[in-house]
Design a protein around this ligand. Structure first.
Ligand code: COA
Ligand code: ZN
Length: 319
């Protein structure tokens, strides 16, 4: 029997993980519109933007303006990604509800992404933890390349565990294990979660997937079977990581919400509204997104029976 929770919490990351790689600047008003429509569709958590160096990610240089422009929907938690203390101060001043931090489990990816060794990042994140605590803002810490690194290959589980331990020590309320370039598989996800989850009681675990090799939903199923109930996803499957070669988008939010709904797992999200947002995002970025349910419709969609088939059907009932 597949072990499934009754309910999961989906965090939309498309306006950060997705928009960050778009080469053409997306107008601030359009970013605000997408965030507001996602909240209106029932997304309980949104990683709105990131407070990083505008030289590293020029697309998100309007982070303050986006945060200031959104009308907050009660019940939605608005988060932003930060790599260091400067980002944390900016995020707190902008009024985020939650700070998401970033560090990698592999040295080369961490250097490529944030120009710091893992130890240097952890030192910065200690300062982030202090800023978050002073502002009574929750800090959830994500770990890139948790399931493998595009430069180094396998990441030993002991190394991942030591990064988790240091993040828990500096005040992480939650840990997000990120499969940055879609290298994870369900057996590995199970092995890692079965080892880590019992060792860090009280931590909220999130799985952050990329569907680079079509294994995101199988990995999410494996994580749910281990008791994980928090998943990051991006609208339409938008995204990638500019600092990881070969990376592609996150698991598509509406495809995940559809899959969960079909299995009776509640998300509180309105699928039809979500699909409308995905179509709007395609318009904004000017190209089709990989999301599949927006093309196929939900599995409850029905087509008219062809005439030739109806004739045979009515023939057989009368026979
Ligand atoms: N927000 C805005 N500006 C920042 C900043 C932040 N969080 N952190 C640093 N800066 C500025 C510094 O003030 C400095 O500005 P100056 O050149 O005008 O003096 C400049 O950026 C360089 O600062 P430094 O500390 O030397 O950083 P760096 O050049 O080594 O870059 C990071 C380090 C972390 C700031 C940068 O690599 C980064 O922002 N990476 C984010 C990557 C990302 O978002 N990846 C995707 C997420 S997985
Ligand atoms: Zn990501």
């Amino acid at each position: 029997m597949l072990r499934l929770p009754d309910r999961v919490t989906v965090c939309e990351v498309g306006t950060r993980d997705g928009f960050q790689i778009e080469p053409e600047f997306i107008a601030t008003e359009q970013k605000i519109e997408v965030v507001e429509r996602l909240a209106e569709a029932g997304l309980p958590r949104i990683e709105v933007t990131s407070f990083v160096s505008p030289k590293a990610v020029p697309q998100l240089r309007d982070a303050e303006a986006v945060m200031a422009g959104i009308h907050r929907r009660p019940g939605t938690r608005y988060a932003a990604l930060v790599p260091n203390d400067k980002g944390a101060s900016r995020a707190v001043d902008a009024g985020v509800d939650v700070i998401h931090t970033v560090v990698s489990a592999s040295e080369s990816h961490n250097l490529a992404n944030v120009n710091m060794t893992i130890a240097e990042s952890i030192a910065k994140l200690r300062a982030v933890g202090e800023i978050a605590a002073r502002a009574s803002v929750t800090m959830n810490c994500g770990i890139s390349t948790s399931f493998g690194c595009p430069f180094e290959g396998d990441v030993p589980i002991g190394r991942l565990e030591s990064v988790v331990a240091r993040l828990v020590d500096l005040g992480a309320a939650g840990i997000g294990l990120a499969d940055t370039t879609g290298m994870a598989n369900p057996r590995q996800v199970t092995e890692i979660l079965e080892r880590l989850m019992p060792r860090f009681p009280g931590i909220e675990w999130t799985l952050h997937t990329h569907d680079t090799r079509a294994m995101a939903i199988p990995n999410i199923l494996a994580a749910m079977a281990c008791g994980v109930t928090n998943f990051d996803a991006s609208i339409g499957g938008l995204g990638g990581c500019p600092f990881a070669p070969g990376a592609s988008g996150n698991v598509c939010t509406e495809d995940l919400v559809h899959c969960l709904g079909a299995m009776g797992v509640a998300t509180g999200i309105d699928l039809a509204k979500l699909i409308d947002v995905s179509k709007r995002v395609q318009q904004i970025i000017g190209r089709p997104l990989p999301g599949q349910v927006m093309k196929a419709g939900p599995s409850t969609r029905r087509y008219p029976v062809p005439d030739s088939v109806s004739a045979k059907l009515s023939g057989s009932t009368h026979a």
